[in-house]
Design a protein around this ligand. Structure first.
Ligand code: HEM
Ligand SMILES: *[C@@H]1O[C@H](CO)[C@@H](O)[C@H](O)[C@H]1NC(C)=O
Ligand SMILES: CC(=O)N[C@H]1CO[C@H](CO)[C@@H](O)[C@@H]1O
Length: 560
């Protein structure tokens, strides 16, 4: 650069020599100063705040580069750094000389982060996150902020702590969960049966559908109905189901919070439409009386803590969102995998599911087709339906690049993570699910590919909490499966979601045949990992078109 300028200067006639020399000198000075500044910044970003701070990954563009990388490449940015640095169980991305993000990629260190829930906590981040994403007003945020982390039994409990306990208790295995699962499966069965009755008789080519949109259109109203009862906002106004997905698509932009009413306009408008529909729903007792017991208790909890109608509406919108979004997208991957596999997976699953078909009635209904009656008890755990459950877990592993986020709330020895790593107060720690899920040392050489067999361990017992199957022939660390988060933020809906998706896939394989549009097996698309991963990843390149056909002799499905 300097050379170029000097050469250019020599080209001018001698009358301008002084000016040229001055220009050259200024240019040289500017260049030297910029270079020094750059080197100083570069050096600064490589400075640890403490000798025990995790290794620093420098960016060619000091500090700003990390943010730019995340903004431009989304989840792929941190994921690719993590994969390139797998020798480091934790590393530092400096955002400024003092603020940093620590990225954890090692399962046992992830477990240590989860255990240190007092000094590495998610809860202090909730008020700001929910404010951004849900648009909570100041009064609601101040209620959300109260007593976030009660420790002893006598400590006052804030709104979030109460809600957290309520949801975890209600969705744990037991009678209430069985009831909820039953109503979910009934809703799905009713919708699937009524769709099946619109399909032309078997042997035709079938109907063309967009698979992801189709499954979302099944799961969204079904979940709204089973949680919020027959007068739920989505049944009253079906266009709101689409609004929920517009809101979903805009969550990363709402999180970034750079002029959301412009940069996330569609999501913003969708969220407001949903909020006002929820407010209308909530203000009429005859609507809420038919909601599920869990939702009725949620509404009472909100009232007890003095949430406004608007605040309660937004809180319930977030619950419906949590209940729908990941479940629907996961169901899409599971259905696609089962029908795309060329290793007889479909036959194997059909055989497995047939164990749960209690009455395969011979009394034909009006249209001369049979009714399938599913017994959910047989499907709900991996004991009886190991392959279906393994397929689901493998879809979750491959589809989840989610980060578990924690704030470092105090400095010094109390945060020497695993007795080794210094973490600076006020920084953010993220367990990078995408990196852990891609780690060959954890999952084996075929970590990139779909292999449900890795989750068919003999230890598969009960509900799915402790079964991570086998990676490299050895059993996988319990914190290595990140799709449901972990520690204090472990998803309370994981059992329910698992059962719901299993029921949905079971109904699909029993009722339908799916093919690629030009015939032959479905092709499972790549996943879109460019966006900020706030949920199970979507297919790259848009939805998948498939031909759907009713299976021979099968008319409708009901749930026992
Ligand atoms: C396949 C489906 C699902 C997946 C992959 C999933 C995943 C997750 C993850 C990763 C988190 C933790 C977020 C974090 O660490 O920051 C979470 C939280 C949560 N999930 Fe799920 N989820 C699913 C289904 C459900 C369902 C069906 C419900 C409810 C009916 C639900 C309710 C919740 C709630 C309420 C939270 C927040 C918990 C809290 O910290 O208080 N999820 N989910
Ligand atoms: C409450 O809902 C019921 C049932 O949908 C309806 O008949 C009634 O008019 C509603 N009440 C108000 C005040 O909107
Ligand atoms: C950091 C991040 O993306 N966390 C998300 C993980 O998944 C849950 C459930 O979908 C979200 O609520 C979090 O925001």
């Amino acid at each position: 650069m300097m050379g170029l300028l000097t050469d250019a200067g020599l080209g001018f006639d001698s009358g301008h020599a002084t000016t040229t020399t001055t220009t050259t000198a200024i240019a040289a000075t500017v260049a030297v100063v910029s270079l020094s500044l750059y080197l100083a910044l570069y050096w600064m970003q490589t400075r640890k705040v403490h000798p025990d701070e995790p290794p620093i990954i420098a960016s060619p563009v000091p500090f700003v580069g990390q943010i730019l990388g995340m903004a431009i490449w989304g989840g792929r940015y941190v994921k690719s750094i993590g994969i390139r640095n797998q020798d480091k169980p934790i590393f530092t991305l400096p955002l400024s000389p003092r603020s940093r993000i620590y990225i954890v990629t090692d399962p046992s260190l992830a477990a240590a982060v989860q255990r240190a829930s007092r000094t590495l906590s998610f809860t202090p981040l909730i008020p700001d996150l929910t404010k951004r994403v849900l648009g909570l007003d100041d009064a609601t945020v101040s209620i959300v902020r109260q007593n976030l982390d009660p420790v002893g039994a006598g400590d006052p409990r804030g709104f979030l702590a109460d809600m957290h306990d309520l949801v975890y208790t209600s969705l744990s295995p037991g009678e209430a969960l069985d009831e909820l699962t039953l109503s979910a499966a009934r809703e799905l069965a009713a919708q699937i049966s009524s769709f099946a009755s619109t399909l032309p008789p078997e042997k035709s080519k079938g109907n063309k559908i967009s698979l992801l949109a189709f499954i979302r259109a099944l799961v969204t109203p079904a979940t709204a109905r089973l949680l919020y009862g027959p007068s739920n906002p989505l049944t009253k106004s079906p266009s709101l189901a689409a609004a929920l997905w517009k809101f979903d698509a805009g969550v990363p932009s709402l999180l970034l919070n750079i002029l959301p009413s412009l940069t996330a306009r569609k999501a913003y408008l969708a969220r407001e439409a949903l909020t006002s529909a929820f407010a209308t729903y909530l203000s009429n007792d005859s609507h809420t009386q038919s909601a599920s017991p869990l939702v009725q208790k949620r509404i009472q909890t909100a009232q007890r803590h003095g949430l406004s109608l608007d605040g309660t509406a937004r809180s319930e919108l977030s619950f419906l969102f949590a209940g729908v979004v990941n479940t629907a997208t996961t169901a899409f991957w599971a259905v696609a995998r089962v029908f795309a596999d060329n290793t007889q997976l479909l036959e194997i699953i059909r055989e497995e599911v047939h164990k749960a078909v209690v009455v395969h009635t011979c009394d034909k209904n009006d249209e001369g087709v049979e009714t399938i009656e599913l017994d959910l008890k047989i499907l709900k755990t991996a004991d009886c339906a190991p392959i279906l459950h393994a397929v689901l877990r493998e879809c979750l592993r491959l589809g989840s690049d989610n980060f578990s986020t924690r704030l470092v709330t105090s400095q010094g020895s109390s945060t020497l993570l695993a007795g080794k790593w210094f973490l600076s107060e006020g920084s953010v720690v993220q367990i990078a699910g995408g990196v852990v899920h891609a780690d060959r040392r954890v999952w084996g050489e075929n970590a990139d590919g779909f292999d449900y067999k890795r989750f068919l361990s003999s230890a598969a017992v009960g509900d799915n909490d402790n079964d991570n199957g086998k990676g490299n022939g050895k059993s996988v660390h319990p914190a290595a499966f990140r799709a449901f988060g972990g520690g204090k933020t472990l998803c309370p809906g994981r059992h329910f979601a698992t059962r719901e998706v299993v029921a949905l896939v079971a109904m699909f394989v029993l009722m339908f045949d799916l093919e690629a549009v030009d015939g032959g097996l479905l092709v499972v698309p790549e996943k879109e990992d460019g966006a900020l991963p706030v949920h199970i990843l979507e297919p790259k390149g848009g939805d998948v078109q498939v031909m759907i056909r009713r299976r021979e002799g099968v008319g409708r499905v009901v749930v026992a």
